[in-house]
Design a protein around this ligand. Structure first.
Ligand code: FRU
Length: 483
């Protein structure tokens, strides 16, 4: 087990801020060194949001999994990120894996998976912890010492939720068998601890070999189970990443352990770099943060050579409408807006519109298609480009990153219905791009690593004159980190 010196690591983080590498983002959570992944322990307590996330402070490999911690009141000003939880005993010596957080008696508590591997055998224990004054997590009792009968060592990422005044948690799992199968289990809190209610039944059938990072959410009278299945085949218009992050919405019956009348599995995001998201539930809002990265795809991220990897998404607010989750950037992010320019072009515009973006930008745009059947929005970085193209006839949006030199490339396609107006809200950070379409009906997040240090140009082109293009472009400020 490595030695983790919180003091030394924290001062190294403080010295690494503000960031100097030009691929470092301005309004996305990142670390100056090491590898980050899943958001963890999202908790609102005493006026502050606590965000933890997976972090290897010692290198850019998927090992030494610790939890980092930041606090924020407004998603714009943050405390300095610090080391909060790290491997220290025989239970979590091979990693403090993902888990959730909750507020209890004025304290922030966490609930995480301890990973221990001995002679190739994993013993996953689920343990509680309590955030201390100094920013570290005190490790408390282990509530589940190992995976239950019928479940392999892949048993992790507990997420607490409430129903009928009781506490439950849902946890990612792999059912043992000739062909291992992804699933989730639910546990219920009782007087003598946590009772395993077993697998939650769904109608998904054969749906991958492992489900990671589940969240159980409640929207009015509907429930949504978010999870990350591994082992699904790519299809023409979805499941195109190596692993997925998505959900089914329906009605959770804890009596029959069934997700009743649920929708099909839908992805939360159609970009290249989105996985292992987690949701805060606070004052009726569901606020999601995702990891902008993908397990087993480290080769696609050239920042590895610079000693840091990956980002978290901006916070998004989720709503469920007719079985579909809409996601929109949290309203707090409007505080990042500095100055705006109007984009007002009417009917006889030529077939091309172009605008130079800032170092960090937000673009709001409504495109009334008129006679155009194909419209392209291109982020141009000198000779490199990333293209969003929408085909109105087939109702397919394509994101094409093959025009970039560094990092992951490829194409992603998804179906999206547009009647007359294509609506887009686009956040363009130094490397991170987050797009929200049709007022949050669909989202796409990904990273680009332009070779040249230049501000991108946004070009809109179409196969016939567009009826109108209206919108605004804002220059966005950076997140602020204060002790
Ligand atoms: C998802 C995941 C989780 C695990 C964590 C370890 O990216 O594999 O299942 O807890 O990462 O870092």
């Amino acid at each position: 087990m490595e030695h983790f010196d919180k003091k030394a690591i924290d001062s190294k983080v403080a010295a690494g801020l503000p960031f100097t590498d030009r691929w470092h983002n301005r309004f996305h959570l990142e670390m100056p060194f090491g590898l980050i992944n899943d958001p963890n322990g999202l908790t609102y307590a005493d006026g502050e949001y606590h965000i933890f996330f997976q972090w290897n402070p010692l290198g850019c490999e998927h090992k030494n999994k610790c939890w980092a911690h930041v606090r924020t009141r407004d998603f714009v000003h943050y405390s300095l990120p610090e080391l909060s939880l790290w491997p220290s005993d025989e239970h979590d010596k091979d990693g403090c894996y993902s888990g959730c957080g909750f507020a209890e008696k004025g304290k922030v508590r966490v609930f995480y998976t301890c990973n221990a591997k001995n002679d190739g055998v994993r013993t996953p224990a689920q343990r509680l912890g309590t955030l201390q004054e100094d920013g570290s997590v005190r490790k408390d009792e282990i509530v589940i010492p190992d995976s239950p009968e019928g479940i392999t060592g892949h048993f992790r990422d507990p997420y607490l939720f409430h129903r009928h005044g009781r506490r439950y948690f849902v946890i990612g799992a792999q059912a043992d068998g000739e062909k291992p199968r992804g699933t989730v289990l639910i546990y219920k809190e009782g007087k003598d601890g946590w009772q395993n209610l077993g697998e939650l039944h769904t109608r998904l059938g054969d749906f991958g070999y492992m489900w990671e990072c589940p969240n159980m959410l409640h929207f009015g009278s509907y429930d949504a189970l978010i999870f990350c299945p591994q082992g699904l085949e790519a299809r023409e218009f979805d499941r195109q990443n190596l692993y997925q992050a998505g959900y089914i919405a329906g009605h959770l019956s804890l009596d029959s352990m069934d997700m009743m009348q649920h929708t099909k599995f839908q992805e939360l995001d159609h970009g290249f770099d989105f996985y292992a998201s987690q949701v805060f539930q606070h004052e009726g809002r569901h606020i999601l943060l995702g990891w902008m990265g993908m397990p087993d795809r480290d080769d696609e991220y050239p920042t590895r050579e610079k000693g840091w990897m990956y980002s978290l998404t901006m916070p998004r607010v989720l709503t469920l409408r007719q079985g579909h989750i809409f996601s929109r950037p949290a309203a707090e992010l409007k505080a990042l807006r500095i100055e705006d320019t109007a984009l007002d072009i009417d009917s006889d515009m030529e077939d091309k519109l172009s605008t130079r973006l800032f170092d960090g930008s937000e673009v709001l745009m409504d495109i009334t298609l008129g006679k155009a059947k194909k419209v392209e929005l291109t982020l141009v970085y000198g000779l490199e480009k990333t293209v969003f193209s929408y085909d109105h006839t087939t109702q397919v949006m394509t994101i094409d990153r093959t025009g970039m030199k560094n990092g992951g490339r490829g194409v992603r396609r998804f179906k999206m219905f547009v009647d007359r107006v294509l609506s887009l809200q686009l956040f363009v950070d130094r490397a991170a791009v987050e797009a929200f379409f049709q007022h949050g009906e669909e989202a796409a997040s990904f990273l680009v690593f332009p070779e040249k240090n230049i501000r991108p140009e946004l070009r809109v082109t179409a196969d016939a004159p567009l009826e109108t293009v209206t919108g605004r472009v804002w220059e966005l400020d950076s997140f602020r980190f204060n002790p």
